[in-house]
Design a protein around this ligand. Structure first.
Ligand code: FAD
Length: 311
C-alpha cells in the first residue's frame, strides 16, 4: 500500500491551498496520507493541515531556519523524513518547483513533474510542449516517487478531518550556508492570482501601465485578481508576478476574462483548466475566441469602462 508524504506549503502562519490540492492528488494515488510541516512555529499550520480530509497524520519539525521556506534549509529534513514513504509530493508552485527537484536529486530519484492526472499509484499524466500534448509517465514501483502536483488540475480536499499532530526530531543538521535575506512582493490588497476564483487579465493592447487602470477597476468590481500576458509584462505595464501562461502562473479560476490578449498557445496553457473564459478583443479572428465561452468583439477602451459602469 502506498504511504504518501506531502510537504506543506505555508506563508505567514497560514497553510496554502496548494497543500489541500496535493491531498486530492494523493487520494487518487490511494494509501495513507501524511503531511510534513516545517516551520519556525508549526502549530497553526499543523492545525489547519490536520483538518484536511483523508490525512492520517501531520508531522511537524520546528527550527528557526524554517521561518521562511528555502529549499536549501528544507531539503535535508524532507529527505530524512521521506525514508518511510513510497511517495513524496509537493505542489507545482514556486515553492514546490524550488524544493522538490532538490529533494529528488538528493534522493537520486527522477521527479515526476506537474502531475495533472493520477491513473494509478505509479502512472501519471502531465503536460508537455506547453500543454499541447499530454504524456503518460510510468514510475518504477520499486523506487520512491517524488512528484509535483499541478494545483490547477485538482480541487482542494475538504477540511472536516481531525488527524493527529506529532512533533518529530530528525537527526539532521539544518544547513546554515543559505540565509533568507528579503522577500520582495507586490502589495497584496487584491485576491491572489494563483488561487482566485475570478481573474481579469490584460494584454499588450493596453499600451501602458496607466491604461491598466481600467483592468484593475473591472477586477475590483468583480472581486477578481489581476493577470497579464507576457507581452504586457515584458513591456513593463505590470510586474512579472502577474504573468499568466507557460512561463508565468498556471491558474484555474472559475471565470477568466482576457482583455486585449490574442490567445497565443503559451498564454492559453496557463488557463487550460479555467472554467468560463470571456474574451474582449477588437479582432474577431483572434485565436482567443476559439477557446472563449463568451466573446466581445470591439475596442477594449470602450467596452471595459462600460462593463465596469454597468456592474
Ligand atoms: P498580442 O499577441 O500582441 O495581442 C494583442 C491583442 O490585442 C491582439 O489580439 C489585438 O487584436 C488586441 N487588441 C489590440 N488593440 C485592441 C483594442 N483597442 N481593443 C481590444 N483588443 C485589442 N505569453 C504569455 O502570455 N504567457 C506566457 O507565459 C508566455 N510564455 C512564453 C514562453 C515562450 C518560450 C515564448 C516563445 C513565448 C511566450 N509567451 C507567453 C508569449 C506569447 O507567445 C505571446 O507573444 C503573448 O502571449 C502575446 O501577448 P498579447 O496577447 O498580450 O499580445
Amino acid at each position: 500500500m502506498s504511504k504518501i508524504l506531502i510537504i506543506a506549503e505555508h506563508l505567514n502562519g497560514k497553510l496554502n491551498a496548494s497543500t489541500a490540492k496535493c491531498v486530492t492528488a494523493a487520494k487518487a494515488i490511494g494509501g495513507s496520507i501524511e503531511i510534513l510541516v516545517l516551520a519556525a512555529d508549526p502549530t497553526g499550520v499543523a492545525a489547519e493541515a490536520a483538518k484536511l480530509d483523508a490525512v492520517s497524520k501531520v508531522v511537524t519539525v520546528a527550527d528557526p531556519a524554517f521561518a521562511v521556506a528555502t529549499a536549501a534549509a528544507y531539503a535535508p529534513t524532507v529527505i530524512a523524513a521521506a525514508a518511510a514513504y513510497t511517495h513524496v509530493l509537493g505542489p507545482s508552485t514556486t515553492f514546490g518547483k524550488d524544493l522538490m527537484p532538490r529533494v529528488a536529486a538528493l534522493l537520486g530519484e527522477a521527479q515526476v513533474s506537474d502531475i495533472m492526472t493520477v491513473r494509478d499509484a505509479y502512472t501519471f499524466e502531465r503536460p508537455i510542449y506547453a500543454g499541447n500534448a499530454i504524456i503518460t509517465v510510468k514510475a518504477d514501483p520499486a523506487r520512491k516517487v517524488v512528484g509535483t502536483v499541478r494545483t490547477a488540475s485538482f480541487a482542494a480536499a475538504g477540511a472536516s478531518g481531525s488527524a493527529n499532530v506529532e512533533t518529530a526530531t530528525l537527526p539532521v543538521s539544518v544547513p546554515k550556508h543559505t540565509r533568507f535575506v528579503e522577500l520582495k512582493a507586490g502589495a497584496q490588497d487584491r485576491p491572489d492570482l494563483q488561487t482566485a476564483g475570478r481573474v481579469v487579465s490584460g494584454g499588450r493592447a493596453l499600451g501602458s501601465g496607466e491604461a491598466f487602470d481600467i483592468i484593475y477597476k473591472l477586477a475590483d468590481k468583480l472581486g477578481a485578481a489581476v493577470g497579464a500576458s507576457r507581452a504586457a509584462v515584458d513591456a513593463g505595464y505590470v510586474p512579472s508576478d502577474l504573468q499568466v501562461g507557460q512561463t508565468g502562473k498556471i491558474i484555474a479560476p472559475e471565470m477568466y476574462v482576457a482583455i486585449g490578449i490574442s490567445g497565443a498557445i503559451q498564454h492559453l496553457t496557463g488557463i487550460k483548466d479555467a472554467g468560463t473564459i470571456i474574451a474582449i478583443n477588437k479582432d474577431g479572428e483572434a485565436p482567443i475566441f476559439e477557446i472563449a465561452d463568451f466573446g466581445l468583439v470591439g475596442d477594449l477602451f470602450k467596452i471595459v469602462p462600460e462593463l465596469t459602469e454597468a456592474l
